[in-house]
Design a protein around this ligand. Structure first.
Ligand code: SAH
Length: 446
């Protein structure tokens, strides 16, 4: 009922000991010897290596790379000549020490994203992308278990910075985030490898116009890259969802929450409220264990899909019809808490409030208001599942905000689980920006 209301990171050498100039020389020599063995022309390799642009990074940039981070900001580059957008570049420090090969963006503040500590050619770049894609696919297939949908490639975490690929059953959805992965040769490599690893599937090229603008890339429409399907039905924890690949938000669904949906359903019971439900991710899982489910979102199109998803799963629901409410969750929580409404289970999964470090204090206020009201509305032993996907808000800050909300609500709360994104969205320890999702499952005490 819809109502209106108010890469796997292998133990590669990427993060190994600093590379000395003699390493770089050995690497060049190694490549030449390899070429001789392969009976191909050393001359071509030398020309290719020499024609690859070089970039010098400041001492701060070099330290960052040596600590295992993959990004160098524009402010940490020495003068940049006329380097074509999306080029492979060789990176060196101010003393000429080779730090590896990276992908260059002429517009992003993240000017280079390191690919490998080796000095590689354009031909080797294509081979590297092919290999890393293969490893990313294999890693996910190992983890997949009973799901037909997961993130196949997660950018930096698979050492393919700027490339996202999600699998929804028989439809793959690709998002290109950088100039480099927008290059036709790399698009071709990616499409060929995915076609080989997922025979019979379609590939969608999902365009985010905002990202293309930021990367100074020409306008492009979302389209089917191969195959003939743009939509399908997919399954997470045996809950079924519609996927319409050329509509909707993000890459179609929030796959990073897959394991949190299952975890929430382990503790949920009684009357449940799912705020910021989108297409019903949490609500549909709660509907299998709760006696009543209400779900709120400000987007009517998202709720319409949620209602269709409900129809796909009706047979397994323990509650009556889910109540889908189109409303601002802040207003609804305020009204319901003033009216003395109570719940046994509440889920809060708002959009990222902290889009930059500067706005973290305002974002914290927003998160706290939501959680404070939720804590107040929970019956004794009630469960709150609270998420934040702002990477600018650290886990420590998130937990402190939750503590402060519980204190102000006058509730003593025990932590049941501290969770993050699903295992197909691994984070890089050395790149803290890749760990963004926090999910706290907690229970108010009597
Ligand atoms: N929980 C969802 C994902 C939520 S994404 C899932 O697991 O699939 C964030 C959602 O918040 C979006 O659907 C967006 O439409 C909604 N939203 C943003 N601001 C809102 C507000 N003030 N009130 C209600 N919903 C809001």
């Amino acid at each position: 009922m819809l109502v209106a209301s108010s890469s796997v990171i292998s133990r590669s050498k990427v993060f190994s000991t600093p590379i000395t100039s003699s390493d770089a020389i050995q690497s060049h020599v190694g490549q030449i010897v390899q070429c001789l063995l392969n009976k191909c022309s050393c001359f071509e390799v030398l020309v290719s290596l020499m024609s690859t642009p070089s970039l010098t990074v400041s001492a701060r940039g070099a330290t960052r790379l040596e600590s295992g981070h993959l990004w160098v900001y524009r402010s940490d580059l020495a003068k940049v000549g006329d380097i074509p957008p999306g080029s492979l570049v060789h990176v060196q420090d101010e003393r000429g020490r080779k730090l590896g090969s990276a992908l260059y963006s002429s517009s992003s503040q993240i000017a280079i994203r390191l690919l490998t500590p080796a000095v590689i050619t354009e031909t080797q770049l294509c081979q590297l992308v092919r290999e890393r894609l293969g490893r990313a696919v294999q890693f996910r297939q190992q983890l997949a278990g009973d799901t037909d949908s997961y993130r196949v490639v997660f950018s930096e975490a698979d050492l393919l910075p700027g490339l996202i690929v999600d699998r929804y059953n028989d439809v793959l959805s690709m998002q290109v985030l950088t100039q480099a992965f927008d290059r036709e040769d790399l698009r071709k490599v990616v499409a060929e490898k995915l076609a080989e690893r997922f025979p019979g599937s379609s590939l969608l090229d999902r365009v985010d116009p905002h990202i293309r603008e930021l990367e100074h890339l020409p306008k492009r429409e979302s389209e089917i890259a191969f195959g003939n399907r743009a939509s399908t039905v997919f399954c997470l924890n045996s809950v079924r969802f519609h996927f319409a690949g050329l509509a909707g938000q993000k890459t179609g669904a929030f796959l990073d929450q897959r394991e949190n949906y299952a975890a929430a359903a382990r503790y949920a019971q009684g009357d449940a409220l799912d705020c910021f439900t989108y297409q019903g991710g949490f609500a549909l899982h709660l509907a299998r264990v709760c006696s009543k489910v209400t779900a709120v979102d400000s987007s009517r199109p998202a709720l319409e899909v949620a209602e269709q998803n409900e129809q796909l799963n009706r047979d397994s629901h323990t509650c009556g019809e889910i109540e889908w409410i189109e409303a601002n969750a802040f207003d609804l929580l305020k009204d319901y808490s003033s009216a003395g409404q109570q719940y046994d289970t509440i889920v809060l999964d708002p959009p990222a409030f902290a889009k930059s470090r500067k706005v973290v204090p305002t974002a914290v206020k927003g998160y706290k208001e939501l959680n404070l009201r939720a804590f107040k509305m929970l019956r004794p032993s009630g469960v709150l599942v609270s998420c934040s996907c702002s990477f600018h808000l650290s886990e420590a800050e998130f937990l402190e905000m939750m503590r402060s909300a519980a204190a102000d609500a006058g509730r003593r709360v025990r932590i049941l689980e501290k969770r993050g994104a699903a295992i197909d969205h691994p984070a890089l320890l050395n790149v803290p920006e890749t760990a963004y999702l926090k999910c706290l499952i907690c229970q108010v005490q009597e």
